[in-house]
Design a protein around this ligand. Structure first.
Ligand code: ZN
Length: 63
C-alpha cells in the first residue's frame, strides 16, 4: 500500500485496517489494507460500506 496517504477514520477489523483518504483527484477513497506481513492485501473502494465489508470478509492467507 502507499505509505504517504493520510487516512481519516482509520479503524481495524481483524487484521485489516480501513481508512478514508483523498486520492490525487481529490475524491474520497476508502481503502482496506491487511496488516499481516505476508498477506499484502490492499484495495480501494468507492464506499465506506464496501471497504468495511471487504475487511470483514477478508480471509487472510498469512494467518
Ligand atoms: Zn490478510
Amino acid at each position: 500500500m502507499s505509505a504517504n496517504r493520510r487516512f481519516r477514520n482509520l479503524i481495524r477489523i481483524g487484521p485489516v485496517q480501513v481508512g478514508t483518504a483523498y486520492d490525487h483527484h481529490g475524491r474520497e477513497k476508502h481503502t482496506a489494507a491487511c496488516t499481516a506481513p505476508r498477506c499484502g492485501f490492499s484495495a480501494d473502494y468507492d464506499s465506506r460500506a464496501a471497504a468495511e465489508l471487504a475487511a470483514r470478509t477478508h480471509r487472510c492467507p498469512a494467518r
